[in-house]
Design a binder for this molecule. Structure first.
Ligand SMILES: Cc1cc2nc3c(=O)[nH]c(=O)nc-3n(C[C@H](O)[C@H](O)[C@H](O)COP(=O)(O)OP(=O)(O)OC[C@H]3O[C@@H](n4cnc5c(N)ncnc54)[C@H](O)[C@@H]3O)c2cc1C
Length: 826
């Protein structure tokens, strides 16, 4: 065994393509004191057997940028390192065997153009010219990405390793890391079978082993292995050479021509999880047993698409494990639990095409102390502690492999490992027709089916089966009163004599208010980017209740805790499970709540943005006058064990007031009409409050300042180059989801960050940043343009507004006696 050093600046665990890419990019950034440890040999885990497809189009802008970068890197790696990679830019062709799939592909193509990718929408005939051996039966169209490619995974990994070594990285094979050393919540190095290495940073790039390694260190990296199958044929005499990679997602299959042979692999809808008893210690360049019965129907469907496959001899039946994550997206970044412990794992069968970009941004993240761009889609801080549960992971993995090629329907909900986190009202809501969706493990009512209607999604790209029911919920909130179960909110309490000072530095708004006030605020990073978007309620001089979205529960708490200075007398704890939350929203909410509480709810006694503890039924409830739907309303924070009684009381009192239970689809429609922003879509750590139109929530001159203030002041002086704008489509039949390109006077200026049908405005409504490539995106620039939003390749005219199209003056929120102002202002 080679002698390992006693210390290094960075230790990377795992010598697959991802670990080697991180070493390559760290050294490229000048951080050369890097040690990579591989338990057996480089590539011996999952990398060696990958099919080597390198596609560029991903679900979001930044992930596509990373995949694009990977392609560029692989194209140049051989030149740089002298190590052949086998990379060929032969393009890819994605087939559609249904109109819905074609719409999905065309929407993807619209997005791809927005990202600068070369992409062509093809007729069936044009597709057949590119891939002559295929049968075109049942096809309706295709999309061609000429710059996609394929590579040899082993050679590409070796090239990355060579590049890293040439700049000083040390790579040790046959050294297993037995433990990540952690003290006081910080990684200090690793223990191996032959000694310890002290390190400033540790990177867990251990592929399907990453879960166990992280778990032992107290960090959550939820992933599970599954079997992945492909076959390789004998040489086929008549097959044309250099065919593009072919994806026939409706048949779950991909086809790669290589040296006159065909490799055919599958992403089947019901997959086989693997490694439940742990991964054998000896695992190295191993394969898993064949399962011909499992792949037979898949092979038959592939033969129908490529008939010459039926006559070809099969040289290799391959089955190898790959790791999958609960939402089919990989994990990147510093773990929220352990400082300086980074992770890059769980690549869901796209690790080869992702490794270049992932390695680059992770290296940037380590060197600069922050991610170089919004990486929320893959950020490890989205994981929830419960997701370490192995039964959950195994059951979810049955589904996630197939999702790669499944229809990516709007509003699609996972089907496995459901019912994990339930609100205390779950059974009551189920009885009343709730159709649940899943967020961060929570079951949340998305819409309610009326009696006699099954609470089940029927997916499509058009108006789905719940559209009308959700519209009724929306109108009930606008015109009467709606009741939302919002128990999934993340909730923390920050308490202690220094709580105000600590929180004051973190919040851009002024939270030094009197007890009983609610403050809407952003948490910013040093660049002024928005790390979190939430409300702070001062409960007492020394106690604040912080409320954020379900999806950011882990992330925001980690941000808060890391900004409590050492020695400060303030502690933060997670109170998510302690409180259920009911949103009582709509013009009749006062009348309704007035029937269940004796507290004076008048504007004078209970103004907007105030909060107090009131009696409802037998419970003591924190009632907060705040809204995310743009109407008069209260959020009720109820100790969990009291919520059933409170709910029953409110429902009974709603008799005759038009009360309706309302779900998250209605909530989303209502909030987009009111142009309320959503963190993760409309707000990210790249966007500043000034760009996002949230300058009103920033108090520059408060005592003690706040993180991000200086960057924001500079931007305020200079002006913003992009600005969040609200759009409403002219054509009410077209729907927006997100990522649709925004055109201004015929030029691409941005993309939709979130969209939904607005039932009061009567058309699809979206938010999106508009950029002025030549100057500043001031109000004059925004207002002077003519806008179109591209939906599946067609440009649909839209009106744009910097103020909310619904109730721009917030008269209804403040209960100033106004009537609905649908479409009043642009
Ligand atoms: C059949 C198949 C086909 C695929 N085809 C494609 C494709 O066409 N395109 C694509 O993009 N992706 C593809 N993939 C996915 C791709 O192979 C993986 O996503 C990628 O290889 C993951 O790389 P990694 O570095 O994260 O993991 P790995 O390659 O598994 O590397 C992790 C390494 O960590 C080492 N290790 C673990 N624990 C320790 C420890 N304690 N100490 C030291 N070392 C440790 C392991 O030995 C291993 O070598 C395919 C996967 C499969 C199974």
């Amino acid at each position: 065994m080679a002698e390992i050093p006693q210390k290094a600046q960075v230790v990377i665990v795992g010598g697959g393509i991802v670990g080697c890419s991180i070493a390559y990019h760290l050294t490229l950034r000048g951080l050369t004191d890097v040690v990579l440890l591989e338990r057996k040999q480089l590539t011996c885990g999952t990398t060696w057997h990958a099919a080597g497809l390198v596609g560029q189009l991903r679900a979001t802008h930044n992930l596509t940028r990373l995949a694009q970068y990977t392609t560029e890197l692989y194209a140049s790696l051989e030149r740089e390192t002298g190590q052949a990679t086998g990379f060929q830019q032969i393009g890819s062709l994605a087939l559609a065997a249904s109109e819905a799939r074609f719409e999905e592909l065309k929407r993807g193509a619209s997005m791809a153009r927005c990202f600068g990718l070369e992409v062509n929408i093809l007729s069936v005939g044009q597709a057949a010219e590119l891939w002559p051996p295929m049968a075109t039966e049942g096809l309706v169209g295709a999309v061609h990405l000429p710059k996609d490619g394929q590579t040899n995974p082993i050679d590409t990994t070796q090239a990355l390793a060579r590049g890293a070594r040439s700049r000083g990285a040390r790579i040790f094979e046959n050294i297993k890391v037995t433990e990540i050393l952690v003290e006081d919540g910080r990684a200090l190095g690793v223990r191996t079978e032959v000694g310890e290495i002290a390190a400033e940073f540790v990177v867990n790039a251990a592929g399907m082993w990453a879960h166990g390694l992280a778990d032992a260190a107290g960090a959550t990296v939820p992933l599970h292995a599954a079997e992945h199958f492909y076959v390789v044929t004998e040489p086929i005499p008549d097959i044309p050479r250099h065919l593009p990679v072919l994806r026939d997602a409706d048949a779950c299959a991909y086809f790669k021509e290589d040296a006159g042979k065909l490799l055919v692999g599958w992403f089947e809808p019901v997959a086989k999880p693997w490694g439940m008893e742990g991964i054998p210690e000896s695992f190295s360049f191993d394969t898993l047993p064949d399962d011909l019965a499992h792949i037979e129907p898949l092979l038959e469907a592939s033969i129908r698409r490529v008939p010459m496959l039926g006559k070809a001899g099969i040289q290799l039946f391959f089955n190898g494990p790959e790791s999958f994550t609960p939402d089919d997206r990989y994990f990147l970044g510093e773990t929220p639990e352990v400082r300086n412990l980074f992770v890059a794992a769980g690549f869901n069968s796209i690790g080869i095409q992702s490794a270049g970009g992932a390695g680059k941004v992770l290296a940037d993240w380590i060197v600069d102390g922050r991610p170089p761009m919004d990486l929320w889609d893959v950020d490890v801080r989205r994981s929830m502690p419960f997701q370490r549960n192995r039964r959950y992971l195994k059951e979810r993995t049955v589904e996630t492999l197939g999702l790669l090629y499944a229809m990516h329907w709007p509003f699609r909900q996972p089907e496995t490992a459901r019912g994990v986190r339930k609100s205390a009202l779950h059974d009551r809501l189920l009885e009343r027709g709730a159709c649940f969706g899943e967020t961060a493990g929570w079951e949340r009512p998305n819409w309610y089916a009326p009696p006699g209607v099954e609470a089940r999604y029927e997916y499509s790209y058009g108006r789905q089966n719940w559209f009308g029911y959700s519209a009724e919920e929306h109108h009930a909130v606008r015109n009467a009163v709606g009741l939302f179960d919002q128990s999934s909110f993340g909730k923390y309490v920050l308490e202690g004599p220094d709580a105000e000072t600590v929180l004051g530095r973190v919040c851009a708004n002024d939270i030094a208010v009197r007890p009983g006030r609610i403050v809407y605020t952003q948490w910013l990073n040093e660049r002024g980017g928005i790390e979190a978007d939430l409300t702070v309620t001062r409960e007492a001089e020394d106690r604040f209740l912080i409320v954020t979205a379900a999806a950011t529960q882990t992330r925001d708490l980690a941000w808060l805790r890391r900004h409590i200075p050492e020695g400060a007398r303030a502690i933060a704890f997670d109170a998510t499970s302690a409180y259920a939350v009911l949103g009582v929203m709509g013009p009749k909410s006062r009348e309704l709540l007035g029937r269940v509480t004796d507290t004076d709810l008048s504007n004078a006694a209970f103004p907007f943005a105030s909060s107090r503890v009131v009696d409802i039924g037998y419970a003591r409830v924190r009632a907060s006058r705040i809204t995310y739907v743009g109407e008069l309303g209260w959020e009720l924070y109820i100790p969990t064990e009291f919520v059933q009684g409170v709910f029953d009381g409110i429902v009974a009192a709603g008799e005759g007031l038009g009360l309706r239970l309302a779900g998250y689809h209605a909530l989303n429609s209502l909030r987009i009409e009111k142009a309320y922003r959503h963190w993760g879509h409309d707000l990210t750590d790249e966007d500043t409050p000034l760009e996002a139109g949230l300058g009103f929530a920033v108090v520059f001159d408060k005592s003690g300042g706040f993180i991000g203030r200086e960057a924001l002041l500079r931007q305020k002086d200079e002006g913003v180059k992009r600005q969040l704008v609200q759009f409403a489509l002219d054509d009410p039949s077209r729907l927006l989801y997100h990522n649709e390109p925004i055109w201004r006077d015929g030029r691409l200026v941005g993309r939709i960050s979130s969209g939904m049908f607005g039932h009061t405005l009567g058309s699809a409504v979206g938010l999106g940043y508009v950029e002025n490539q030549e100057g500043y995106a001031d109000a004059g620039f925004v207002r002077s343009g003519r806008y179109e939003i591209e939906v599946a390749g067609e440009r649909v005219p839209a009106r744009a507004s910097l103020r909310a199209l619904y109730d721009p003056a917030s008269l209804r929120v403040k209960d100033a006696g106004s009537q609905p102002l649908a479409g009043a202002a642009t």
